[in-house]
Design a protein around this ligand. Structure first.
Ligand code: HEC
Length: 176
């Protein structure tokens, strides 16, 4: 049986390669893609894609949402003629309450009395259980939600048409 005196180490051969890789690594760390005024690498920074927090590309003129275009309501007289397409059914009463509490209660309060937590720091909104608003038509309330009023924000973007009618129905419940 032969006596093995020397087992060639695998590391013997690749030594120079290691050094080379190390050098590349070092260059990679200090390299910013520039050499004097010459920029030889841009890290794909200069390209047409959008960067973090950059405004989205504006839609092509005339683009409408896939849910269709809802034309603005001209005035309160037109609004009063709008027909509420939803009967105040108990089935979506929970969802309607949720929508009201999400979008309206911060200012108007859970009971629509105008006592939401934001109201005190903002502008106190009217009591929506008041006779004036009990007498107002569904269409008028819908119109206010869609377009807002003075400093009250409009809800034509974040709240869909059907959801606005649901909120109207919830207001009616609160007014009882
Ligand atoms: C940021 C606070 C705020 C939020 C949120 C808000 N409102 Fe208002 N709202 C007001 C203020 C303030 C007024 C009084 C505006 C004015 O000076 O006429 C008002 C007025 C109204 C009126 C009475 C309009 C009139 O003709 O007198 C209605 C109805 C109404 N809001 C419904 C809603 C509903 C429904 C929501 C939720 C979709 C909502 N508001 C969300 C602040 C708010």
């Amino acid at each position: 049986m032969a006596h093995i005196t020397h087992i060639p180490r695998r590391a013997d051969a690749p030594m120079p390669r290691c050094a080379f890789l190390g050098l590349l690594l070092l260059l990679g760390c200090i390299d910013n893609g520039e050499f004097g005024d010459y920029r030889y690498r841009s890290d794909m920074h200069e390209q047409v894609s959008f960067k973090h927090h950059e405004d989205p590309r504006p839609p092509v003129k005339g683009t409408v949402p896939v849910t269709g275009y809802e034309s603005p309501i001209r005035d309160s007289v037109t609004a009063a003629r709008l027909i509420n397409p939803l009967r105040s059914s108990a089935s979506d009463a929970g969802a309607a309450k949720f929508l009201y509490e999400t979008h309206c209660s911060p200012c108007h309060g859970l009971g629509a009395k105008g006592d939401g937590p934001v109201a005190a720091k903002f502008q106190v909104p009217p009591d929506l259980t008041d006779q004036k608003y009990r007498r107002a038509s569904d269409g008028y309330l819908y119109y206010i939600i869609r377009h807002g009023r003075l400093i009250m924000p409009p809800y034509y973007e974040g709240v869909k048409a059907r959801e606005r009618w649901m909120i109207v129905n919830h207001l009616r419940t609160l007014q009882k």
